[in-house]
Design a protein around this ligand. Structure first.
Ligand SMILES: Nc1ncnc2c1ncn2[C@@H]1O[C@H](COP(=O)(O)OP(=O)(O)OP(=O)(O)O)[C@@H](O)[C@H]1O
Length: 576
């Protein structure tokens, strides 16, 4: 259908256009009656006038006129007064008559209102004789669609009154701006609620559709202006409100998965915060347990975690990596003991709840982020690392480990190893210079923090594989580590893909490579599960090493994105 607006106020074609419309619509109209109606409608003079007015206004709007003055009515009054005191000519009389007409006065007043942009209605003044004791009742009408109201209620312990306990940020009640925390609820849709339990009232609300009328006594408490919405937290645990016995209202809860980013909308309540998923267009927030509350109940639920130090991995029992893979250039260096610092033990601060994060994108002049690879023994960390190194030797680098064993004739200091004395090694251990260290056949081996720095200083991406509990020590502003967990596929896929692969047997003191056994596969899967349960909150990315080429491509893509995309990192890395 052609548009009615012709763009020019006095377009002679307009009437023709309106007149032509019924004929154009004829093929779509079945009955003669309807057609006659259309003829009458489009031939109607008033319609033509309306369209003309619309066009005129449209043209006028395009000129964006601005008012010259905001007090035209007062000016007209002043003028009338001035004129009264002058000799009255016929023109003056006519002007005075015009200015005194109610419709002209109303027009000038409307002009002033628009010019001053003061559209709010003027409320009558408050009466002087208000009884302080009398409750001022507010009647609120909200039109409710399918979305929940976004408010929770409770019974005041002392007064027994039903009061609004919290307003969910961005929810229907919040957006209305009419209901506030502390407001006392008297009636819902004319039903008194004083003698009702909160659950019964929720039932009434849930069943109401369309307009709901509330009678409330507003709370006198001033609400503090909201400054929320600026804080982002990374969830370090999975949460399902329907499985949470403590949440005051399951429907109001927000479920989330470990690793997801939450935008915190309110921390007014010490136990239940309000949050939404980052980037979610829906403005309504949901309830999540506060950090403090979650920490407390996790501590109560898992006391064993707090008292038991993390066991030093023993391949036989847990399947954790036996070696910490220093240099595979020397296959015989298969260090059988793994040492960890006292601080590696699990401490109370480690209860994973939330971590405050902020977006970060690496600038071209900045050093590359340290890439930390973790995974169970034999999963293929070295294979993937090797492929990456070969793919671009200029771009990727690995650390050179320290050792106290004597240098062999074919080795050069600083290439296979950095050779140092036992005494110096022990001093360095004391001074926390090692990320990891171990002992094998009376010799120490270790990866120093400085060896990571030296790779990064060459403007290379440093690939480091460590025991998962070491990761937390690396999470610093300096290294901004990106942690990738390499996970084994199912046991069936392991059997298929590792048919011809070999692993350096932990049971063989000679460190000879042998085909994988069923036990190796089972241990690999079991230790991957333990790692994921215990350290999953530290992983930025999980890659399943099923088909080697697929896993390698995924790894490569992750690296490319890491260098160019924005990622969420702990705030402390940027603001400390
Ligand atoms: N996706 C894969 N498909 C088939 N074989 C694989 C795959 N990934 C790794 N392998 C093979 O599995 C064996 C063990 O891999 P690799 O040495 O990289 O494991 P690792 O995790 O570094 O082990 P370790 O803990 O003993 O250092 C190697 O022979 C390797 O080629």
């Amino acid at each position: 259908m052609p548009a009615l607006s012709t763009g020019s106020g006095s377009d002679p074609g307009l009437f023709e256009l309106l007149a032509a419309l019924p004929a154009q619509l004829q093929p779509h109209v079945d009955s003669q009656e309807d057609l006659t109606f259309l003829w009458d409608l489009f031939g109607e003079k008033n319609l033509h006038s309306l369209v003309k007015i619309h066009e005129k206004l449209h043209d006028y709007e395009k000129q964006s006129p601005v008012p010259i003055l905001q007090g035209a009515a007062a000016l007209a009054d002043d003028l009338a007064e001035e004129l009264q005191n002058r000799p009255l000519s016929s023109e003056t009389r006519e002007l005075l008559k015009l200015l005194s007409k109610p419709n002209v006065k109303a027009l000038l007043s409307a002009h002033d209102t628009v010019a001053q942009k003061s559209y709010d209605p003027v409320l009558p003044p408050m009466p002087d004789d208000i009884d302080d004791e009398e409750d001022s009742v507010k009647i609120i009408r909200l039109v409710k669609n399918r979305e929940p109201l976004g408010a929770t209620i409770k019974k005041d312990e002392q007064t027994g009154a039903i009061v609004v306990a919290r307003i969910m940020r961005g929810g229907a009640a919040d957006r209305s701006g009419l209901i506030h925390v502390g407001d006392e609820l008297r009636e819902v849709n004319g039903i008194p609620v004083e003698d009702k339990r909160p659950e019964e009232i929720i039932q009434i609300l849930a069943q109401s559709q369309g307009a709901i009328t509330f009678k409330i006594i507003p709370s006198i408490k001033e609400e503090t202006p909201a400054k929320e919405g600026k804080m982002f937290l990374k969830a370090l645990f999975d949460y399902d409100p329907y499985e949470d016995k403590a949440i005051p209202c399951k429907e109001a809860g927000l479920s989330f998965k470990r690793g997801e980013i939450l935008q915190i909308m309110s921390q007014d309540d010490a136990t239940w915060w309000q949050a939404k998923h980052e980037g979610d267009a829906n403005p309504r927030a949901g309830l999540i347990p506060s950090k403090h509350f979650q920490e407390r109940r996790l501590a109560l639920r898992r006391p064993e975690i707090l008292v038991q130090p993390l066991k030093v991995p023993n391949r036989k029992s847990s399947g954790f990596r036996r070696s910490f893979r220093l240099s595979r250039k020397d296959k015989k260096t298969n260090k059988s003991m793994y040492e960890c610092k006292k601080s590696d033990q699990y401490d109370t601060a480690d209860i994973p709840t939330y971590e405050e994060v902020t977006p970060y994108r690496r600038q071209t002049h900045e050093k590359y982020r340290l890439v930390v690879l973790v995974g169970p023994v034999g999963v293929g960390l070295n294979e993937l690392k090797r492929k990456l190194l070969i793919s671009d030797t200029q771009h990727y680098g690995v650390t050179v480990p320290h050792t106290t064993r004597p240098r062999r004739s074919q080795e050069s200091d600083g290439v296979e190893y950095i050779f140092i004395s036992k005494h110096l090694f022990e001093t360095d251990v004391q001074n926390n210079k090692f990320i990891e260290y171990g002992e094998y056949k009376n010799n120490y081996y270790g990866t120093s923090i400085d060896s990571v720095r030296s790779v990064l200083a060459k403007n290379k991406v440093c690939l480091l594989d460590v025991q998962p509990h070491t990761v937390k020590h690396l999470r610093t502003l300096e290294f901004k580590p990106y942690v990738i967990f390499i996970k084994p596929p199912s046991i069936e896929r392991l059997r298929e893909t590792r048919k011809n692969a070999k692993i350096i047997s932990s049971r063989d003191d000679q460190g000879a490579a042998k085909p994988f056994t069923e036990e190796d596969f089972r241990e690999m899967i079991k230790s991957a599960q333990i790692m994921e349960n215990q350290y999953g909150h530290l992983f930025d990315k999980i890659i399943v090493n099923d088909d080697l080429t697929v896993a390698f491509n995924e790894l490569k893509m992750t690296f490319d994105k890491l260098e160019t995309d924005t990622h969420w990192v702990p705030v402390s890395w940027l603001h400390s």
